[in-house]
Design a protein around this ligand. Structure first.
Ligand SMILES: O=c1[nH]cc([C@@H]2O[C@H](COP(=O)(O)OP(=O)(O)OP(=O)(O)O)[C@@H](O)[C@H]2O)c(=O)[nH]1
Length: 631
């Protein structure tokens, strides 16, 4: 779910965050944005005195950071990104610009200046839209800044030094982190808190709204985006569709009757009273046009209550290949689709209407047709088809999840309840029939294709000569690695039942780098030699005991300097923020003995087997990446 649909405009774009700041990564990840992280190499050394105002310095630095990454990625022939985001945070006090302290003395100097006073925090942000024409990079720059005022209490020398010795100030503008220990120094904040932390999310969304929902020319009233558009339809999540600025057009269009329904019969959106197609939030306006009841309605809970119905509607339409038929022959009427797929007309019409309301289809007098997102993701041959994973979700995960209650009570997987068969070995269960095996492989292939580029580029892997993808299934990640690193020889090592079935999934065309497939069981058989061992979505399948067996085997064949790359959904250490990963951990509960783990948990497992320098990258995609080296 994307609460703010303007972020959905970036869904099908290759978005790059040109920042090493973990805070910026977290702020953007938390709102569901998918992006790659490519830290900028631009040195923050612009001449401050040449700028008329401090914020101009921050904006220019942000711009240069983003442009450096856009250029580097273009030149390196990694696919040119669509959007690069750069940011720079500075603190100003007494007309001085403070950046990150270089050492403890510098931190002390900064904090002493801020002590007992109000100061400003500016973050400059640059959003660069990139395109490639005749192999030349073309860029369109949008930039802005946000100012937040912060006041420090009167702080004792002792407290300042204690804070400095905590180590927290060192990578933070002005020498403090308001989101952690530094919060104790602060008396008040006027303005956007996240701006202080490093990224002005609200202003960023407004800027995107200006860019992606340009105001209708006849309606000058809405020229400025004071609020983020809140039209909550799925089509706003896809790029290029529904470009109209619905949210301005609908403003105030519907009135509510006493039952809370819009007079049009549509359900209304709480923020701007616009007609929306999904959700239940029903506002009442007071005389100032402010919604009174919205706050009382548990819209999040209502949405979650509804969530399984929406999933199932999409699953069934996918399983019945409705999106495939519409791609080939749309627009089609319900009766035509019902005839094509052999379903009832009344049931088909309701399903298609629901899919249209969810933004998966478009409904016109000519009939139903796919949205661009449906063509791309929901058809079985779509460019980034998730069909395989959707069918696996419908046929395998859904029955398991209906037994979640038992799984939670018993703390174990539920295959016996869902499929009337006691779980044996996890993969033997998947591979007991050709049909289930192919379904599972297609599901893994969908996810691997969606994530491969982000996994492959999370770190620079060009120094490696050979890589072995343990449990690499269809080879989707291996092929992507071969594309990006032409000097890397990639081997996929997987069970014989898998290797025997990989041919169907190989990419078409001659110019893909060759991948070698070797069959074997990584728990029992000798592992192929490699400089880099990859485990993508493997460790989460297993309990710690089994992971120790596997890591000790890898450690035994790894020469010093060899590395391991893990691709997993990494939980935050407190296990409270990343809902997709936490739900995935429940998913592992109902079907495996494994679980999702936090960065610290992975680090501890790896370090026990002699791996060091564990680096973690949150990619913003479904998989995050961990790299470590055999000491
Ligand atoms: O209260 C807080 N104030 C500031 C921060 C963090 O401080 C840094 C600011 O540095 P900069 O903008 O130069 O960004 P870098 O970290 O060097 O990363 P780039 O690669 O983008 O240059 C920033 O990380 C803020 O998050 C804080 O955490 N709390």
């Amino acid at each position: 779910m994307v609460l703010n649909p303007v972020l959905g405009k970036l869904v099908s774009k290759r978005v790059v965050l040109a920042s090493a700041s973990p805070r910026r990564q977290e702020i953007l990840t938390n709102v569901g944005l998918r992006f790659e992280v490519v830290p900028s190499w631009f040195k923050e050394t612009l001449e401050k005195s040449s700028f008329a105002a401090p914020y101009e310095y921050a904006v220019e630095t942000a711009k240069q950071k983003a442009l450096e990454v856009a250029n580097r990625m273009h030149v390196k022939h990694l696919r040119t990104p669509d959007v690069v985001i750069g940011a720079d945070t500075i603190v100003t006090v007494d007309e001085q610009i403070l950046e990150k302290p270089v050492d403890k003395q510098d931190a002390y100097r900064m904090l002493s200046r801020l002590n007992g006073k109000e100061h400003s925090v500016f973050t400059g942000v640059a959003i660069i839209h990139c395109s490639s024409k005749d192999n030349q990079l073309e860029t369109e720059v949008t930039d802005f800044y946000e100012e937040t005022k912060v006041k420090f209490s009167d702080l004792s020398e002792e407290l300042l030094w204690e804070y400095i010795h905590s180590g927290e100030p060192m990578d933070k503008a002005g020498g403090y982190g308001i989101q952690a220990l530094g919060g104790m120094l602060v008396e008040y904040v006027h303005g956007d808190f996240l701006n202080v932390v490093g990224f002005p999310l609200n202003h960023f969304c407004k800027k995107l709204a200006e860019l992606y929902y340009p105001p209708p020319k006849h309606n000058v009233q809405h020229k400025k985006y004071d609020s983020i558009p809140s039209v909550d339809t799925f089509e706003n999540l896809s790029d290029g569709e529904s470009e109209s600025s619905d949210f301005t057009e609908h403003k105030g269009a519907s009135k509510l009757d006493s039952s809370g329904m819009c007079s049009s019969g549509a359900i209304c959106n709480s923020e701007n009273n616009s007609s929306i197609k999904t959700g239940f939030t029903v506002p009442l306006e007071n005389q100032n046009g402010v919604s009174e009841s919205a706050a009382k309605l548990p819209s999040k809970i209502l949405e979650l209550m509804d969530g399984f119905r929406a999933s199932k509607a999409m699953f069934v339409a996918s399983k019945l290949k409705m999106f495939d038929h519409l791609k080939d022959k749309g627009p089609l009427k319900a009766v035509d689709i019902a005839n094509e797929v052999g379903t009832s007309v009344c049931g088909t019409e309701r399903l298609l209407d629901a899919c249209a309301a969810l933004g998966l289809l478009e409904k016109t007098p000519q009939g139903y047709s796919n949205t661009d997102s449906a063509n791309t993701y929901l058809t079985s041959d779509g460019e980034c088809s998730l069909h395989g994973y959707i069918i696996h979700s419908n046929d395998h995960i859904w029955p398991l999840f209906t037994n979640l209650e038992s799984a939670v009570k018993e703390g174990s997987r539920q295959n016996h309840r869902a499929f009337g068969k006691k779980a044996e070995d996890l993969f033997k269960d998947y591979y007991h029939s050709q049909e289930v095996k192919q379904r599972f492989m297609a599901a893994m292939h969908s996810i691997a294709q969606l994530t491969a580029r982000d996994v492959a580029t999370a770190f620079d892997l060009s120094r490696f000569k050979s890589a072995c993808d343990l449990g690499g299934c269809t080879g989707a990640l291996a092929h992507e690695l071969g594309q990006i690193y032409p000097n890397l020889k990639v081997t996929v090592f997987d069970l014989p039942e898998v290797i025997a079935n990989t041919s169907y999934f190989q990419p078409p065309g001659q110019n893909t780098a060759p991948v070698t497939f070797i069959s074997g069981d990584f728990f029992k058989d000798d592992l192929p030699e490699a400089d880099l061992y990859i485990l993508s979505r493997i460790l989460h399948d297993w309990p710690d005991e089994k992971i120790h067996v596997l890591l000790s085997k890898i450690s035994a064949v790894c020469k010093p300097g060899c590395e391991i790359l893990l691709a997993e959904m990494v939980l935050d250490d407190e296990k409270k923020n990343r809902s997709t990963a936490l739900l995935q951990s429940l998913n592992m509960l109902v079907q495996t003995e494994g679980k999702e783990r936090s960065g610290s948990e992975y680090r501890a497992l790896l370090e026990q087997h002699g791996f060091a320098n564990v680096k973690i990258r949150l990619t913003g995609n479904l998989l995050d990446v961990i790299l470590c080296v055999k000491a």
